[in-house]
Design a protein around this ligand. Sequence first.
Ligand code: PEP
Ligand code: MG
Length: 583
Amino acid sequence: MTFSVHGLAVSRGVAIGRAVIVASSRVDVAHYFVQPDQIEAEIQRLRRARDVVSEDIARVQQGLHDLGPADAHPELTALLDVHLMLLQDEQLTSGVKHWITERRYNAEWALTTQLELIARQFDEMEDPYLRERKADLEQVVERMLRVMRGGESPMDLPGQPGGARQGGGDEPLVLIAHDLSPADMLQFKQSVFAGFVTDVGGKTSHTAIVARSMDIPAVVGARSASHLINQDDWVVIDGDAGVVVVDPSPIVLAEYGFKQRQGEIERERLSRLKHTPAVTLDGQTIELLANIEQPSDAVAALKAGAVGVGLFRSEFLFMGRNGRLPDEEEQYQAYRAAVEGMQGLPVTIRTVDVGADKPLDRNTARSDDHLNPALGLRAIRWSLADPAMFLEQLRAILRASAHGPVNLLIPMLAHATEIRQTLALVQKARDQLDAACQPHGRVKLGAMIEIPAAALTVPMFLKHFDFLSIGTNDLIQYTLAIDRADEAVSHLYDPMHPAVLQLVAGTIAQGRAQGKSVSVCGEMAGDVAMTRLLLGMGLRSFSMHPSQILQVKQQILRSDTAKLEAWAQRVLTADDPATLLRD
Ligand code: PEP
Ligand code: MG
């Protein structure tokens, strides 16, 4: 039966595919297709993992037995029996084999898919004792996954991420999860899915941001989608409307198929603008920069015609590593790869911004963390709390600047003391490199304006920094007191609120008055509905996901900034600026 689920539209386009329901905790399991001649080997891997876990359990049982009756642990013995039984369970083994042979899923993916199916059946059981066995099943599967992880690496994926061609067939797949952390998204980037849906998340949550950077259709904040949708259901993800259609009728399917093709034609048309300079009708040159998360994203930035990187979110190098942070050398290699990847164009590297909805690891997710993580120890506060670690990052960035133009950007500054401490540490990093005779270039220093306190004290920032970059995602969050990752208040997250617009416009005007570069690197910069207004406010530098650059450029080519200025002033002073946006 056809039904639809509504959420937030975060990444444009239409994806049609079969649902793969993945528990959030298992997204970091590799997802790839195996070739027909590898199916048997994959089943063997699974058998081996099962045997290793069974032998482990048998060993523990033997140990208990050796302790003798005086030390008997009847509950533990019974539990181990249950685990052994679950390992041999026909539904588990035959189901997993089905996913491997029929769908050519790799063993880990097949195992977690089958686990998800059985777990749902457990959830529906009346008997509380049986319901609780779900946790046991999860434990044995977890142990098998750990055994399989031991040293065996996934093979190359067939096709590109987003292409989502099945190894065994021609059905694309879409991922449905309760939640995906930014670290999960990195994993997801390597995977085979054509789109995704999550129950939670806001429009500018980092999960949504990474989806946009991958340029695949996505809907977040779809509440109970992961419960309503079943494994293998046919699903349409309309990333423009924020709608997920489950089990679509042939007519609906045909309509979305048409929309999908239209989208492809539009992209093809836009791609012709790649080499066209971004100049307005009245001759103003506009800088279009890329936001990237990984050095390899430089390829997409160049492909979209970006004239540099305006925001390299370095925190993605720090995530999902079980607390082991990248050292100076590893960071240097990554920054250098981004700099070299941009082939002489400038790269703005932002120092680490973890915390809030970007935990380092899943097990330090926001719910386990502090009460108000968005107001807590994140970004520059986190860096200044550990100067040795911060110095490592600063040295790595400075060293990378020997290989091409680099700008150094500091997130979340608000206080004069933070500015002073940061600048002193930058100088110290330079001195340390000089003392060690390590080459480094000259970097321009920039501050992110993303806290209202900073936007209200722009002159202080202009005194110390070469350029400013407005982080509208956080500026909106902190100005309106709306958690950007919380779908429950997402209707109040309003880039067009007069207070937000006035802070943005004021920052741009003050920067320009002193001849310093000001860019916007929040999601607002890539939103074509905002392009004319930002131009009218005087913005001449936009940084966004590579996938948005050509659309924004098209809008720029049709704009006349001289005419937009007066109109922007009217919008800025209106009670409800959104009503004037369409004028
Ligand atoms: C912002 O806040 O607008 C920004 C660009 O930084 P991030 O989204 O990484 O917090
Ligand atoms: Mg920010």
